[in-house]
Structures are given as structure tokens and as C-alpha cells.
Design a protein around this ligand. Structure first.
Ligand code: ZN
Length: 341
């Protein structure tokens, strides 16, 4: 079947158990499988394990070995937040490989676009360190794969509540991968100030939008219109990846940003339009965080609606666009050597 929106669905990623009471729990994926496994109008794609070589494009071989060594062991601890169980090595390889499968399906024309529902999430994982519930950096592994497949410029848009420190660091020196993040700031993991713009040849290829607690739909929508889309238009990505976390939702128990499905729809639509302008519509979203089960289901539903071109999108409900004024001015100054904003 050619065309349509792809959805990576694979129950084997339920087998990662970071511990009793941990917010990144199997139920996050279970509710998505319940809601979308049989939903009409989507092209289902299975995951496959990423190979060690694919993972090692962005991670230290020692980290790959360390995670592999947890296979079959009931408990392993990377840091107080980040733990593995017997099935975590398999789940982590499926999470990275599932997104690679989706990217290949988009590149090869099997689907137009899509979403990978995976866990564990990825954007906090650093070159040589699992952290922040993340074992391997799924979106970074996919970006490296796209580069190997001949894509010259990849944009990663990360609207998870938290800053994607791992993704930023992995490509800080690389002008072929643009990293854009909206996130609550100051907050975990501490990185993501507006002044972090990339380094060396990668200077200007990182765009950070640190949001104070309380920002909602209107601030996100305005930031995407006035800052994210113009940078994307000038960068001209050939493929757009979205680190789609839904912990920015008002209902999330860990964070204090206040999006509703209207804000998610505005961001997804902005990313899709940018992909249509320069990337032939090639866009793939991957699940990052999000710890309120209803908010995750609503978020994935909204992204899939946007990607499928469904008409009536939910309205912006929360926030006040004027509250973006000060940050927008600061970001324009910081980014002025690199982009016309
Ligand atoms: Zn998060």
C-alpha cells in the first residue's frame, strides 16, 4: 500500500520496566496500542531492533555494551531516574529501530509521513550515558540513519516539555542537523538556554526556546509561526523529525507548561507545512515523554489528524501570545548572526 500515514505499533516495547511507581511505565504504550492498533486509515508498521552499528553512529560502543549487559537481568540502574529490566535492551533497540523503519518507509514512498509509538524515550540520552528515562537517543539514531541514506539536511523539532540535552549535544558541531527545542526552563535537565546555539561549524544550527512555567497554546503557536518556521524555511531540511513529547500538556503531572490539543495541532501543522515546503512532505514523529495517559492519547491522535490532513483542528485554548514578546526579542538577537528573523 503506497501513501498514507504510517504508525509504528509493536507491543514488545511493553517489556521495558523501569520500576514500580516510575512515570515512564508500560501503560503509556498500552493505552496507545488500545486506541490506535485497530484505528482505520493508518498504515501499520512493525518495529525491528536497530543494529549495534546503527546505534553506534551516535553512541559510544561502551554504552551499547552496557545496555546490552542488562538483557535478562531483572534490575539495572543507570541513574536514579533511569533503570532497566530484563526486556529493556530489546525494547530500546526496537524503539530506535522502529523509528528507522518509519523513516525508511517515508523515504521509500511506502507512506507519506507517520508516527512511531515507542518506549523507552530517547532525547536525554547522551553519547556515552543513559539518563532521564532514556537509554538510546532514538531521534538522533534516526537522523544519523537519514544522513547515511543521503539526506543532506535533517531538522529535529523537539516540543517535549524537557530540553533534549542529548540530541542537542550529539549534533552541536554538525551543520547538517538543525535542532529546535521548546521546553520549560529552568527545569530538568538544566540545559537549553537561548544562548546555546551550537558550536564551531554547528553554530546557528541549534534553536532553543526556553519557556517559563505557565506558557500554553498561544505562546507555542506564536513561537512556531514567528521563529521556528522562518528558521526551517531558511535551513531547507530534506527531512523533518519531530520529538513529540506530550508532557507539555496541561494535564501532565511532571511539568508546568499548559498546552491542550489545540497547541499540539498548531505545532504539528507548522512542522508539516515546513516539511511540505522543502522536504517533499517527508516528516516522522516519535514519542518522547508524556506521563498523563489521556494527554498522550489525545496528543498522538492530534498529530495523526494533522498528518492525515483532517480538516477541523482543535482551537488554541490556553496562553497569551503577548507573553512571548520578551523571549522572542532575545531569541532574535541571539540568532541574528545566523538567521533572518
Ligand atoms: Zn519530557
Amino acid at each position: 500500500m503506497a501513501g498514507g500515514t504510517g504508525l509504528v505499533v509493536d507491543a514488545r516495547m511493553l517489556q521495558h520496566h523501569p520500576g514500580a511507581g516510575h512515570p515512564e511505565r508500560p501503560d503509556r504504550l498500552r493505552v496507545l496500542l488500545d486506541r490506535f492498533d485497530h484505528a482505520p486509515g493508518l498504515v501499520r508498521l512493525g518495529a525491528r531492533p536497530a543494529t549495534e552499528d546503527e546505534i553506534a553512529r551516535v553512541h559510544a560502543p561502551a554504552l551499547v555494551e552496557l545496555v546490552a549487559s542488562t538483557a535478562g537481568r531483572p534490575h539495572a540502574v543507570f541513574d536514579p531516574d533511569t533503570r532497566a529490566s530484563a526486556g529493556s535492551w530489546d525494547a530500546a533497540r526496537l524503539a530506535a529501530g522502529g523509528l528507522i523503519e518509519l523513516c525508511d518507509a517515508v523515504l521509500d514512498g511506502q507512506v507519506h509521513n507517520g508516527m512511531a509509538m515507542v518506549r523507552p524515550p530517547g532525547h536525554h540520552a547522551e553519547y556515552d550515558r543513559a539518563m532521564g528515562f532514556c537509554l538510546f537517543n532514538n531521534v538522533a539514531i534516526a537522523a544519523a540513519h537519514l544522513r547515511v541514506r543521503g539526506i543532506a539536511r535533517v531538522a529535529i523539532i523537539d516540543w517535549d516539555l524537557h530540553h533534549g540535552n542529548g540530541t542537542q549535544h550529539l549534533f552541536a558541531h554538525d551543520p547538517s542537523v538543525l535542532y529546535v527545542s521548546t521546553h520549560q526552563f529552568p527545569f530538568y535537565p538544566g540545559t537549553g538556554a537561548a544562548e546555546e546555539v551550537g558550536e564551531g561549524r554547528g553554530a546557528g544550527y541549534t534553536l532553543n526556546l526556553p519557556f517559563p512555567a505557565g506558557f500554553g497554546d498561544a505562546e507555542f503557536a506564536r513561537a512556531f509561526d514567528e521563529l521556528v518556521r522562518p528558521v526551517l524555511r531558511q535551513f531547507r531540511p530534506e527531512f523533518v523529525l519531530v520529538s513529540a513529547g506530550f508532557d507539555c500538556d496541561l494535564r501532565d503531572p511532571l511539568g508546568a507548561l499548559e498546552t491542550t490539543p489545540g497547541g499540539i495541532a498548531a505545532m504539528a501543522a507548522a512542522c508539516l507545512r515546513s516539511a511540505e515546503e522543502t522536504a517533499g512532505g517527508r516528516i516522522a514523529a516519535v514519542l518522547e515523554g508524556g506521563y498523563d495517559l489521556a494527554a498522550i492519547v489525545d496528543g498522538v491522535d492530534t498529530v495523526l489528524d494533522v498528518f492525515r490532513g483532517r480538516g477541523d483542528l482543535p482551537p488554541l485554548v490556553t496562553g497569551n501570545p503577548r507573553r512571548l514578546d520578551r523571549l522572542a526579542t532575545r531569541v532574535r538577537v541571539v540568532q541574528s548572526p545566523f538567521w533572518h528573523l
